[in-house]
Design a protein around this ligand. Sequence first.
Ligand code: SAH
Length: 565
Amino acid sequence: MAKGVVVALADPPAGLARHLAFDEVGGATARQIGELFRGYQLLVVVAAVPVAVRAIAPHLSNKHTDPAVVALDELGRFATVIAGAHHGGNELSRRVSAFLGSSPVITTGSDSRGRPALDQLPGLTVSNCPPNVQTRINQGAPIRIANPTGIELPPFLADLENAAEPGEQSKGPPVVLVVSDRTSDSGEGDASGFLKTLVAGVGCSSDANSEDINSAVATAFASAGLHRAAVAKVATITSRIGLLSPAFAPLPVIGYPPGSLSEVATPNPSAAVKAAVGTPSVAEAAALLAAGAGAELALPKQVFPRVTVAVARMPRPRGRLNVAGIGPGSLDLATPRALASIREAQYLVGYSGYLDLITTLVRPSQRLLPFPLGAEIDRAEKAVALAAAGSTVTLVTSGDPGVYAMAQLVSERASDSFDLEVIPGVTAANAASAASGAILGHDHAYISLSDLLTPWETIKSRLVAAAQADFVVALYNPRSEGRRWQLDEALAILGERRDPNTPVLLARRLSRPGQSVEVTTISQVNTSKVDMETVVIVGSSTTTRRGELVYTPRGYRLATQIPAP
Ligand code: SAH
C-alpha cells in the first residue's frame, strides 16, 4: 500500500492522518518537507500553495515516480493537487476533502471536464499517449477504437466511444485508440493500449532457474511481436507452479495436472515431454486451457534451453467480479483490498446509498451503476453480465458482502466465464461491538429479523435456540416502517430466557454522520428509535457492563479485581 504523510509547518488538522492511515509530522520546516518527499508516495502538505510548491519544486523529477502531493491551506478550505494528479493526487484531494469538508481543487483537464483520461482507464495499459492526444479528448474529440486482432471488445470500451457529455457536440476529428496485444500495431493510431488478452504457457525442466525462464519468455515475446503488458496470466503443469510463480509475480501462475493437459489438441506435441512429465504438451496445452473456450495460439511452442514458451490469445479479456464490503460507513474502516478493487473497477455497481459513500474515490473513467434499495437481484445480474462480457466490475456492499448482502446472490450466478473474488469487510455487529468494548467477545449468533424472505416462524425458532444456547445475539434488519413488531417479539423471546439486567446495545449509523451507541438492558430497552440503520446486540448470561464498556468475557479468571473506569 502507498505510504503517506501529513506534514504541516504548524499543527496538522486533528484526526486527518489517522483517517488516511498516514504518518504525521507537525512543526516541520520547508526543508523537512523536501526530505519527506523522497520517503513517501502520498503527501498532504499543510501550507499555502506557493509555500508547498517551493518546498517540493527542487525535488520534482518524473511524474511517474514522484509522489502525489496535495497542498492544504491552514484553514482547511482547499485541498489543491500540486503533483501526481493521476498517480493518487486527485483521489487524495477528494479523500482529504471528504473528511475535512474542504473543496478538492483538481485542475487536470480530463477530470475537471469529466472526460476519460486514457492513462487512467482501468483494465487498459496505455503504452503511448502523447499529451496533445489527451488535450483533444479533453476538448471533446470523440474516441474511436481500432481493434486489429479482432477480439471481442469489453462493453467498457464501447462505452468509451460514446463518452461525450450528454448534449455536448463532439469536437474535432476522432482520437484513434489502437487496442492490440501486438507491438507492431501501435503505429496505426493516435494512442495505443493493451487489454489483458494473452496467456503465456510455460514449460520447464526442474533445474531451470529464473534467468532461463525470464530470458526465454522475453525472447519469445519479442520474436512474436507480442507485448507483455497484455499478459493476463501464466499457465503451466502443476509440478512447476512453485518454480514459475516467483519469476512472474504479481501475475497469477495457474497449473494443470498432466491428465488435463493431455486432453488438449496442440500443434506441436512431443514424445520426449510425454515420457518425462506425462503429457505430450505443457506450454501450448496449458496456454490454451487457461485461455478458455475460443482461444487460439498467438505463438506456437518455442524451445529454449530448459524452457518452452507458447502464447494463447483469449477471444476477449477475462472479466472479473469483485464483491467488496466497504465496512459500515467511513472509508477508514474499509480494507485496503476493498479500496483497491474500487480503484481497479471499470464498473461500480451497488445500491445508490452505498455508492454515495465512495464517490470520493471514483474517477471520470469509471462508470457508476447505482440501483434503488431492494433491487438486489437486478444488481447481481447486472454485475454478473458485465463480468461475463469481459469487464472488471466491483459490486459494492456495506459491511461484509456475505452478511445479509450480495455475495450469496453472486455465488448462485457465478460461472467459469469470469473470475470472482469476495472481499470481506467489517460487518455492523463487529463495528458495534468494538464501539463499546467487546460484547461479541464469546460465542455469538447473527439473526436477521427481516421476514421478507424467511418465514417469521423460522426466525422465531432460531431466536429460541440462540437464547437457549446462551449466545450473544446480534439482530440485523431490526425494524423498519413496514416491520415494527418483530423486534419487540424477538426481545421478548430473548428476555424470557435472560436476566432482566442483561446488557443490550442499540448501535445506530455506525461510522456514519450521526453515529449513536446506546447501552441499556433487556428489561428497559426502548425500541421506538430503532430503525434499519441500527444493529441491536443482546448480551449472554456472562456479558458484563463496566461504565460505558460492555464485554462478554472469555472465561479467564482475573488475578485482581479491576476497578470500573
Ligand atoms: N452487509 C451488511 C448488513 C446488511 S443488512 C453488514 O455486514 O453490515 C442491513 C442491516 O445491517 C441494517 O438493517 C442494520 O441492522 C445493519 N447495519 C448495516 N450498517 C450499519 C451501520 N453503519 N450502523 C448500524 N447498523 C448497520
